[in-house]
Write a protein that binds this ligand. Sequence first.
Ligand code: FAD
Length: 502
Amino acid sequence: PIASDSPVKDTLGGATYQQVEDTNFRLRPVLKELTKTDYFKYYKVDLSPELCPFNDDELGMCGNRACAVDVIDDESEVPEFWRSQYLGKLAKDSVTTDRLWSPDDDAVASKLCRANGVSVGHEYYNVLPSPSPPSKDDYLDSELEDTNYCYPEDESLSGPGTYVSLPDNPERFTGYGGPHANKVWRAVYQENCFGYFGDSNQDSGTSNAVSSGDGFSAGQLQPSLPAAGSLLSSVLMDSNRYERQEVGGESGRQALNAEKQCVEQRLFYRILSGLQSSVSSHLCYEYLNQTTGEWVPNLDCFMSRVGNHQERLENLYFNYALVSRAVSKLRNYIDDLHFNNQDASADQATRRQLLRLIKSSSPVTYSRAQANDTNTPTSASSSQQKLLLFNETAIFSSPEGRALKSEFRKRVRNVSALMSCVGCDRCRLWGKLQTAGYGTALKLLFELPENPADDPELCSTVMSTFRRSELVALINTLDRLSKSIEAVTYFRNELQSQAVEA
Ligand code: FAD
C-alpha cells in the first residue's frame, strides 16, 4: 500500500522519481564531501530574532538544548582567509556593485540573451565575502529591486552575525512546534504571492497572516510514498500557462477558491511546500528518542508529515530538480569564479570540488569546449536531458509573467525575512540558509543567461553581486534536499520490510 506506480495526476511533464533518485545516488557522496570543506561548512549568519518583521511577544521561544546553535566564538577556528580582520583587505579586489533593477531590464535581458554574443573571456567573478552589501533595511524601506531573491547574509567586517559550522549544528528534531511554528508556516504560505495558495483551512488572500486563523490541518490523502520509477510530474508546463488544480490535495482545496493559477504562482507554492517537506523529512530522519537519547529515524513521524501526502512528496522532488538544475547551470561560469584571491591552489581545489558536484548534478554534463552548445550533452540522451531539466524559459515569459517577476522576487525575499521569526535558533539557522539557497537558485535560473557569451554585460552584472554566502547557501540547500531524498528511500525500504514481515 505504500505507493502507486501510476503517474501523478497533473498536467505538467517532468522528471521521474527514479531520475531524481538516480541523480542523488551519484551526487550524495560528492555533496557529503563538499559540505565538509572549509569553504562550504562555515556560514556567517545573523540569527537575531529582532529581524522578524512582526511583533510577536505573546509566544515564547524554544528553550530546548536542541534548539540552540553552537556559534564559533574563537575566530581562529574560521579559515584565515575570511576572518573578519582580513575581510577589509578584500574590499579593493571584490566587485560588489549592486545595481537597481529597472523595468526595462527583463526585456533587455531576454533580447540580449537570445543574441549569440561575444565571449566573456576570462573575467573573474569573486565569490568571496563582500565588504559592504546593502543592508536589509535598504530592501525593506526603499523596496530596492535588483536581481536578488533573498537577503544574502552579510559577511563584511562590520556586518552583524557570527560564523557557524554547519556540520556541527545539524538540522534535526528540536522539539520546536505548536502554535508558534504553525503561525510562522502560515505566514510563509500567505506570502504566497497572489492570495491563491497556501494550505487547507486558510483564508486565501488574508493579509495579516501571522495573527489570523487557528492552525493548519493535515490533508487526507492515502499513503503515497513513491515507488522508484513512478512518474514525477513536477516540471512546469510549457504550453498551457494556466491550469485547474486537482481538487483533493492541499493546493487543490485552495483551487476551489482560486479557479486558476499561473505557472509562476504554482512555482512559488511548490517551493514553499517542498521546503516544508524537506524540513519535516530531516526532523523525522533524525528524531530524538527520548528514552534512549539517540537520534533515530521515526517512520510514523515521516509518514504522517510527508509520506502520506503525495503533493508534499512531489514538491520535495520538484525542489530537488530545481536546485540541482541551478547548480548545474554554474558549469558555464565555474572557470570565471574566484574563491580565494590569496591562495591559488586553494582556489583551484574549491573549483575542482565544485566542478565535480556540477558534473554529478545533472544527467547532462558539458565539457568546457561544448559550453557554447547547450544542446550537446556528452553523457546522456537528449530525452533524459529533456526530462530532468527544469524548463525555466517558460517562466516569466508571458506578458503577465514578466509583470509578476519583480513581485515574485519581493515575495521570495519576504519569506526569507520571515525566517527570522522562527522561534528556535537551530531551526532559524537552517530556515535562513535554505531560503537564501532557494533565492540563489532562482537568481541563477531566472537572471542569468545559459552561457556568459550570450550576454557578457548582464552576466557580469549578475555575477559581480554573487557572494560566497549565496554559494554556500545554494550548495547546502542542495545537500538538505539530497538528504531528504535519502530519507525518503530509507523510509520506503522500512515500509517495505514491515509489509513483508506482516
Ligand atoms: P507542521 O509541520 O508545523 O505543519 C503545519 C501544517 O502545515 C500542517 O498541518 C499542514 O496543513 C501544512 N503542511 C505540512 N507540511 C506541508 C507541506 N510539505 N506542504 C504544504 N503544507 C504542509 N522543527 C524541528 O524539529 N527541527 C527543525 O529544524 C525545524 N525547522 C523549522 C523551520 C521553520 C522555518 C519552521 C517554521 C519550523 C521548523 N520546525 C522545526 C518546526 C516544524 O516544522 C513543525 O512546525 C513542528 O514540528 C510542528 O509540527 P506540526 O505537526 O504542528 O505540523
